[in-house]
Ligand binder design. Structure first.
Ligand SMILES: Cc1ncc(COP(=O)(O)O)c(C=O)c1O
Length: 408
């Protein structure tokens, strides 16, 4: 696929900000949506807008078919072994909270331990802290090396007979480093410890096969992978989901409700309380189809590789810039670059670059413990998607230089 053809599928990329062509480099926060995703949302809103699972009328059937068809699609996309292993949520945060609560209720007790890494997003820290507070459990942290790479060799030591779960990101949203999750799962499983993978960034940059990864849970958001906001997925091995109590109560997550006691619906409905985001969830189908086609397309792969090399080399060799997340091999890095500029505040740079049409992320990126570990109060982040061009990368580099010169 030609990058121009890809871009033509994204109406927003033809717009301008402050009279400048939009250069959207905040993809790790939220990606843009192609027309096929927008059209699917519109189609459902216009022709199949009715609550799912409940009514017997035609529209309810259409909406339910689209929703449940999406579950089959996602099951195949992730290569899960059963559709019951796919739970729809509002996003990665909701998926992780679900596991932290329900798994925690069933399996975590006073004095037990949970392991996360130093490089986690708050969404993969705070739910575990809340669980630890509730259960008087202990949160342990796997550190990183100076280049940002996880100290995987310390994982085995960190795991004790009290460890109940390890929760780790597939790819850090700050460092852009692909973690060796398959290897980590093997280490954990050898000690009988299940693993939750926060795939919010991982799903966007790699074809995920949950059986091959052998992770126990995999969580991601739709809005980062071209789908509608308010959509998310939790993959969980059936043996765990079966053994976990529901997270929220109400709606169709029940089997029978009596004042003398309630029984719960089988998987996956047990974890889908209340009205689901039925117009938006089906947008995962065209979104994941698009993502897959990009990941399999050599021209797109080459384009992303060229951008990664170009930006990495520029930022890593700049006398005023400190680039964070520098793995030994560039293949372990996605086109996501967090950096600090000596003598210039990240927010000032972001504001100036915004006026040049470039959308970047600045700040702590929901990873305060990592910021503390790196000794910074915030960073600037440029994250690229398959619709970004090398010309945009070059424009970004020039604009950054101009902004630095304005401030220093
Ligand atoms: C690694 C990682 N985990 C979790 C999240 C939370 O995702 P959401 O806000 O869509 O729930 C993000 C979002 O930036 C992320 O990058």
């Amino acid at each position: 696929m030609n990058v121009k053809e890809i871009r033509s599928q994204f109406p927003i990329l033809a717009t301008q900000t402050y009279g400048k062509p939009l250069v959207y480099l905040d993809n790790a926060a939220s990606s843009q949506r192609p027309v096929q995703v927008i059209q699917e949302w519109d189609r459902l809103a216009q022709t199949a807008n009715a609550n799912i699972h409940r009514a017997v009328h035609y529209l309810a059937g259409e909406a339910t078919d689209a929703y449940e068809g999406t579950r089959d699609f996602v099951k195949d996309y992730l290569h899960a072994s059963a559709r019951e292993e796919i739970v729809f949520t509002s996003g990665a945060t909701a998926s992780i909270n679900l596991v932290a609560f329900s798994f925690g209720e069933a399996f975590v007790h006073e004095g037990d331990e949970i392991i996360v890494s130093m490089a986690e997003h708050h969404s993969n820290i705070v739910p575990w802290q809340m669980l630890c507070q509730r259960k008087k459990a202990v949160l342990k942290v796997l550190d990183i090396q100076e280049n940002g790479v996880l100290r995987v060799e310390q994982l085995e030591e960190l795991i004790s007979h009290r460890t109940r779960i390890v929760a780790i990101s597939h790819i850090s949203n700050v460092l852009g480093i692909v973690n060796p999750v398959r290897e980590m799962v093997t280490v954990c499983h050898k000690k009988g410890v299940p693993v939750l993978v926060d795939g919010a960034q991982g799903i966007v940059h790699s074809r995920v096969d949950v059986q091959e990864l052998d992770c126990d849970f995999y969580a991601f958001s739709g809005h980062k992978i071209f789908a509608a906001t308010g959509t998310g997925v939790l993959y969980g091995k059936k043996k765990w989901l079966d053994a976990m109590p529901p997270y929220m109560g109400g709606g169709e997550m029940i089997e029978t409700v009596r004042f003398s006691g309630t029984t719960y619906a089988p998987l996956p409905e047990k974890f889908e309380a209340g009205t689901q985001n039925f117009n938006a969830i089906p947008t995962l189908v065209p979104a994941l189809c698009f993502a897959k086609s990009c990941m399999e397309d050599t021209e797109t792969i080459d384009n992303q590789k060229n951008i990664t090399e170009y930006i990495y080399n520029h930022l890593a060799n700049h006398p005023l810039i400190t680039l964070y997340g520098r793995p030994e091999h560039l293949e372990d890095k996605i086109p996501l670059f967090s950096f600090a500029v000596k003598g210039a505040h990240h927010e000032d740079l972001a504001l100036i670059l915004d006026k040049m049409g470039i959308a970047l992320r600045s700040g702590q990126m929901c990873a305060e413990p990592l910021m503390d570990r790196l000794g910074v109060t915030g960073l600037l982040r440029a994250s690229f998607a398959p619709y970004n061009t090398l010309e945009e990368a070059e424009y970004f580099v020039k604009a950054l230089e101009k902004a630095i010169n304005m401030l220093i």
